[in-house]
Design a protein around this ligand. Structure first.
Ligand code: SF4
Ligand code: SF4
Ligand code: SF4
Length: 177
């Protein structure tokens, strides 16, 4: 069984927002709702400090805090590690929004609270997910974290990619910064 994850290389990201638009389109989101947001983070040490625009989305955390607080078990994790929301079960209580340390949960106009699904359909993630397929600079790589030969595993090893905040949760999104 695969364990899916993604690498985002902020050094290749040109900040064009194409990933966010592609995600909004494939998920039928209105323009005021998005599963990807951008955070301006500072890196380096003085005087060589610079700001970078970092795309942030659901990290598909191991032992996801959003799933453990969900009173209806609408939020769950697949065998392949993808954290999903069963929309029929969601009562819109927003407990998951409060529990998510990355602020990536979005309440849709329907009341359902959603987030990145790795473009999951019919029991499989996107191949590739829309944000990966649309990225003009190849900043995004998706695949099986447990397969050392997969593109994503090779890229993580090559760039020594790290989770955005390893002290918060065990994330399946890795960053090159
Ligand atoms: Fe849940 Fe937030 Fe982790 Fe995604 S990033 S699995 S929404 S806690
Ligand atoms: Fe679960 Fe929906 Fe409540 Fe979130 S808003 S905790 S997914 S029922
Ligand atoms: Fe959106 Fe799919 Fe990319 Fe997740 S994997 S951010 S749902 S396009």
């Amino acid at each position: 069984m695969a364990r899916y994850g993604m690498l985002i290389n902020t050094k290749k990201c040109v900040g064009c927002y194409a990933c966010r638009v592609a995600c909004q389109m494939i998920n039928g989101l209105d323009s005021d709702k998005a599963f990807i947001h951008y955070e301006e983070l500072e890196t380096g040490t003085y005087p060589s400090v610079y700001a970078e625009n970092v795309p942030v989305q659901c990290m598909h955390c191991e032992n996801a805090p959003c799933a453990s607080v969900c009173p209806t078990h609408a939020t769950y994790t697949t065998d392949s590690g993808v954290v999903l929301v069963e929309e029929e079960k969601c009562i819109g209580c927003k407990y998951c929004m409060a529990a998510c340390p990355y602020g990536v949960r979005v309440q849709l106009h329907s009341g359902v609270v959603e987030k990145c699904r790795f473009c999951y359909e019919n029991g499989e993630p996107g191949n590739p997910p829309a944000c990966v397929g649309t990225c003009i600079s190849g900043a995004r790589v998706f695949g099986d974290l447990d397969d050392p030969e997969s593109d994503v595993s090779q890229a993580i090893a090559k760039y020594h990619a790290q989770p955005l905040a390893s002290n918060l949760t065990e994330s399946k999104i890795y960053y090159v910064r």
